[in-house]
Design a protein around this ligand. Structure first.
Ligand SMILES: Nc1nc2c(ncn2[C@@H]2O[C@H](COP(=O)(O)OP(=O)(O)OP(=O)(O)O)[C@@H](O)[C@H]2O)c(=O)[nH]1
Ligand SMILES: [Mg+2]
Length: 354
């Protein structure tokens, strides 16, 4: 499972600058089939310092971090849903992403032209929300006749029609689909519509570099992630040591990429577990609260189907006791069954039967 995130925002706010910094820094994952075909899709490694710590214990042939896929699209403008500007044509490119990252201009540089429809960060957030809501409204209205036909033919699909009708009214009031009260079943039906405003949204405040140490601004009612896209684009040209020094000068512990990846994990309720062996040390992404068989299924569906049990050590024990043998000797290698709830950082080994 590679997490995918679509980048949206007004024109000239720094989306492509951020995208380029992200993808150059992470390096395009070679095993990603479209990386070289579609220049607007980039796969980025999720930085996790724990991987190196584990690798120092097991000396694997390779380290395989989790990845996030970013999709860059052209800027949206007011009226995009009526064909203004370019961005709207590209919204289709982010229909199937897991989340949306909205870049909001908070930097002051007068040399960078502000789009005429931009009146400040909060207004920009509203403009984009309106365009996303209007795009969703168009999607729902296009789907309604089809859903009506289906509901007539097959009673079982009536709830789908009902939720689409409710969404139509909700979106018409300018509200995000995600904020509508829905049962789990309705939520599933709504997911089939691939609405943009159903997706969790993360705001990146593209701030001036001297504002990086300041508290994160609140945008769209939520804590934004402060990043200087300009700083990020400078960081990618530095080697690790110089980059660390530069970050220190700016009073920062982590690069924007790390901060963004972590914020995305939090927003989406995700965490990582690890597998550690001679071949590789690898991070796997799972939803918080995931049980052992589903976690095994992320590696391979056979692992889930034939799940027997998992050998688990916490990350802390694994590191403190110098690996699996140490954990076993200290009684810290647990045998867990199908109801075990995976904890962030667990080092896991699955037993299965096909
Ligand atoms: N001063 C400053 N300039 C920036 C920053 N980020 C981006 N820029 C500049 O803003 C301009 C637009 O940046 P892009 O990244 O191309 O903007 P975009 O959002 O992709 O724009 P569109 O694709 O046209 O919608 C470029 O000249 C960047 O150098 C920043 O953090 N600070
Ligand atoms: Mg761009």
């Amino acid at each position: 499972m590679s997490l995918s995130i679509g980048i949206v925002g007004l024109p000239n706010v720094g989306k492509s600058t951020l995208f380029t910094a992200l993808t150059k820094k992470g390096g395009l994952a070679a095993n990603y089939p479209f990386a070289t075909i579609d220049p607007n899709v980039g796969v980025v490694d999720v930085p996790d310092e724990r991987l190196q710590v584990l690798a120092d214990i097991v000396h694997p042939s390779r380290i395989v971090p989790a990845t996030v896929e970013f999709v860059d699209i052209a800027g949206l403008v007011k009226g995009a849903s009526e064909g203004e500007g370019l961005g709207n044509q590209f919204l289709a490119n982010i229909r199937e992403t897991d989340a949306i990252c909205e870049v909001v201009r908070c930097f002051s540089d007068p040399d960078v032209i502000r789009h005429e429809s931009s009146a400040g960060p909060e207004d920009d957030v509203e403009t984009i929300q309106t365009e996303l809501v209007l795009a969703d409204l168009a999607t729902v209205e296009k789907a309604l006749p089809r859903l009506e036909k289906e509901a007539k033919r097959d009673k079982a699909s009536a709830p789908k029609l009902e939720v689409a009708k409710r969404l139509d009214a909700w979106l018409n009031e300018g509200r995000r689909a995600a904020e509508m009260d829905m049962t789990d079943e309705e939520r599933d039906a709504a997911h089939d519509l691939f609405l943009l405003t159903m997706k969790p949204i993360l705001y990146v405040a593209n701030v001036d570099e001297d504002a990086l140490g300041e508290p994160a601004p609140v945008l769209g009612g939520q804590q934004a992630v402060p990043i200087s896209c300009k700083v990020e684009s400078e960081l990618i040209d530095l080697d690790d040591e110089d980059a660390a020094e530069y970050l220190e000068e700016l009073g920062l512990e982590h690069s924007g990429l790390e901060t963004l990846a972590q914020a995305a994990y939090r927003l989406l309720g995700l965490e990582s577990y690890f597998t550690a062996g001679e071949l590789e040390v690898k991070a796997w992404t799972v939803p918080v609260g995931c049980k052992a068989p589903q976690a095994a299924g992320v590696i391979h569906s056979d692992f889930e189907k034939g799940f027997i049990k998992a050998e688990v050590a916490s990350y802390e024990d694994y590191v403190a006791l110098g690996g699996e043998a140490g954990c076993r000797a200290a009684g810290k290698l647990r045998m867990e069954g199908k109801d075990y709830v995976v904890q962030d950082g667990d080092v896991m080994h699955f037993r299965f039967n096909v």
